[in-house]
Each structure stands twice: as C-alpha cells, then as structure tokens.
Design a protein around this ligand. Structure first.
Ligand SMILES: [Zn+2]
Ligand SMILES: [Zn+2]
Length: 183
C-alpha cells in the first residue's frame, strides 16, 4: 500500500489509519498460509511523524528439532520515524549526518508518498523467527529410528549398552521359550 501523505503533510489531518492485507514474499522453509494483516496509524505531532504498525502473519513450517509441522499466527509491532524527502533536495537527515543514524528506525516519504508495503516486507524479514520449535522442551528425533521423541517409539527405553546386549538377547530368548512352554 502506497499512502498519499499530502493531507498529513499539509496539516489537513493529524493521523492516517492503516488497515490492509499484504502478500509476504516467500521465505525458505516457511509457508505463509494467507496474507499478512497490517493495522496501524501514521501520526503527525507538530512535524514529528511516526508510523506504528501491527502485523499478523499466519505461517506453517516445521519444528527445527523434530520436523513436526508447526503452524500459527506470528504477531509483531514496529515503528518508524518518518522523514520527508522532497523531489529536488536530499533527505534532511541522511546516514552521513550522524554516526548513530539507524536506517531501520526511519522510513522516507518520497514525493509525498510513503511505501508502507516496503516497510512491512522489510520488517517481516527482520522480525520473523528463523526457527520454530513445536514446544520449548522439544527433545528432537529419536537417534535410533528417527521418530519424534514426543510421539514415542520405545527405542529409548530399549537402548542397551552393547556390552549388555548379548545378555539381553539371552533373557529375551529365555522369555520366548517360557511363552512357548505355556501353550
Ligand atoms: Zn519438535
Ligand atoms: Zn526410536
């Protein structure tokens, strides 16, 4: 969404509300199951302009440890200070002006317009977690059979020191014989 900032810049209004849906750019390993909902406000407080947005993004991906499907709605907020750049002059603030200029804190109004899509897409890249877990204490995959441990596979209980494996086998055979004997 490109916002016409004219009414705000001319002082005709002191805020512009924002509510729209935006298709996120594809990200490796994550499927965005529908568009992002973007809600917020642009305010002008005596020339100090701020963009404040909330983004809700439905996703589907897999647990980074056990590969089980994980889906949900990722929500985050972000804010930008808006700077007006006139067509025939440079930005009145630029990365050269100060050492602590943080480009991410600012969004630039060019020719009276603000490209909100661009700000949202950039913030999704920054804010969306690189990895998800199905639960904080996910134990990952069974090292023996590859089944997610939380699904249970029984391997872990049966893991036996190789030195004792021979003994275990003898005991199992012994039990099999008992079973046979019982019939
Ligand atoms: Zn997991
Ligand atoms: Zn297993």
């Amino acid at each position: 969404m490109i916002i016409d900032m004219g009414p705000l810049l001319r002082g005709e209004v002191d805020s512009i509300s924002i509510d729209f849906w935006l298709t996120p750019e594809p990200t490796d390993g994550v499927e965005f199951t529908s568009d992002a909902h973007v809600i917020g406000l642009i305010t002008n407080n005596a020339g100090y302009m701020r963009l404040s947005l909330k983004v809700e993004l439905p996703y589907r991906t897999e647990c980074a440890r056990c590969l089980v499907e994980v889906s949900g709605l990722h929500r985050f907020d972000f804010e930008r200070t808006l700077i007006e750049q006139k067509a025939d002059e440079g930005c009145d603030k630029s990365p050269d002006d100060g050492e602590d200029f943080d480009e991410l804190e600012y969004a630039i109004i060019k020719n009276g317009r603000l490209d909100v899509d661009r700000e949202v897409l950039e913030s999704i890249i920054l804010e969306f977690p690189l990895r998800f877990l199905c639960s904080e204490d996910c134990e990952g995959l069974c090292q023996v059979c590859g089944t997610p441990k939380r699904q249970g596979c029984g391997c872990s209980n049966k893991y036996i020191d190789p030195r004792l494996a021979v003994l275990a086998r003898l005991l199992e055979e012994d039990e099999d014989q008992k079973d046979d004997g019982g019939r």
